[in-house]
Design a binder for this molecule. Structure first.
Ligand code: NAD
Length: 257
């Protein structure tokens, strides 16, 4: 059953590090054609592509997805490289710093919202015609998978209200898009990671990390390779063709919504 991702054309935003890189690498191992994406220049990405060792099936594009025009050109270039688009994975995002409510100014507000909301809305918006064409051509579903967060379920840590709120919005946007695009055979699902061991947590002390680990039923942070299979599952029509509008929590029992 699992040759389903062979030759699938996939864009993974925010895939130069962390969760996105593991997802891109796992997709390549499953035979997909993958555009990796990040905010770094192509020179730095060359080493990354060499390490992935999938010549002719792995590509890199640079774009700042906080900017609508760059979201549009990212999709145009990805479609050009891949010859179409079957699966979109919106993974780029981040905390953007911590500010208590009384310190939130317009710059901070715009940065967090652009990074986590504008990016998802605009990349998905420009991808829709290509995902629709893919589904029409294949007579299968195409798939949008977005990285949400446990913060979108429970509010986020101190100073991360906008981040937590933006991830809750991501979860809910998908529920709406199910209503608009299921007629086009496009599926929308969200993966909500718990606390995963990436650069995302580099601002935390070892003590704080231990405290957080103690709040997780499994007693430890998750690893990126424990996230990637859920994305592959949701990307595959054969495995998840009847699943849409869902938030799948991958969190070691940190929260059981
Ligand atoms: P990471 O910092 O390792 O990766 C972030 C990726 O996003 C990188 O590839 C980076 O280049 C890219 N990126 C960031 N800002 C960008 C911009 N403006 N334009 C283009 N690309 C940009 O962090 P991660 O933990 O792997 O995070 C990936 C996703 O997972 C994010 O959406 C994050 O909010 C979410 N998440 C992470 C955790 C966690 O505990 N690590 C928990 C819940 C959700």
């Amino acid at each position: 059953m699992f040759d389903d991702l062979q030759d699938k054309r996939v864009l993974v935003t925010g895939s130069t590090a962390g969760i996105g890189l593991d997802v891109a690498s796992s997709l390549l191992k499953a035979g997909a054609k993958v555009v990796l994406h990040g905010s770094r220049g192509p020179a730095e990405a060359e080493a990354l592509l060499a390490e992935l060792d999938a010549p002719g099936r792995s590509f890199y594009l640079q774009a700042d997805v906080r900017d609508t025009a760059q979201c549009e050109s990212l999709i145009a270039k990805a479609v050009d490289q891949l010859g179409g688009l079957d699966v979109l994975i919106n993974n780029a995002g981040g905390l953007g710093g911590r500010q208590g409510l009384e310190s939130i100014d317009d710059d901070f507000f715009n940065n967090v919202i652009d990074l986590n909301i504008r990016s998802v809305v605009m990349v998905t918006r420009f991808a829709i015609p290509h995902l629709r064409a893919s589904a029409q051509q294949s007579q299968q579903t195409s798939s949008v998978i977005t990285t949400g967060s446990i913060a979108g379920r429970e509010g986020g840590g101190m100073g991360a209200s906008l981040y937590g709120g933006s991830k809750a919005m991501v979860h809910n946007l998908h529920r709406n898009w199910v209503k608009e695009f299921t007629k086009d055979n496009i599926r929308f699902n969200t993966v909500a990671p718990g606390t995963i061991d990436t650069a995302f947590h580099e601002d935390k002390s070892d003590d704080l990390k231990q405290t957080i680990a103690g709040s997780i039923a499994m007693g430890r942070f998750g690893k990126c390779h424990e996230l990637a299979p859920t994305y592959l599952y949701l990307a595959s029509h054969a495995l998840s063709g009847y699943i849409t509008g869902q938030v799948i929590d991958v969190n070691g029992g940190q929260m059981c919504p």
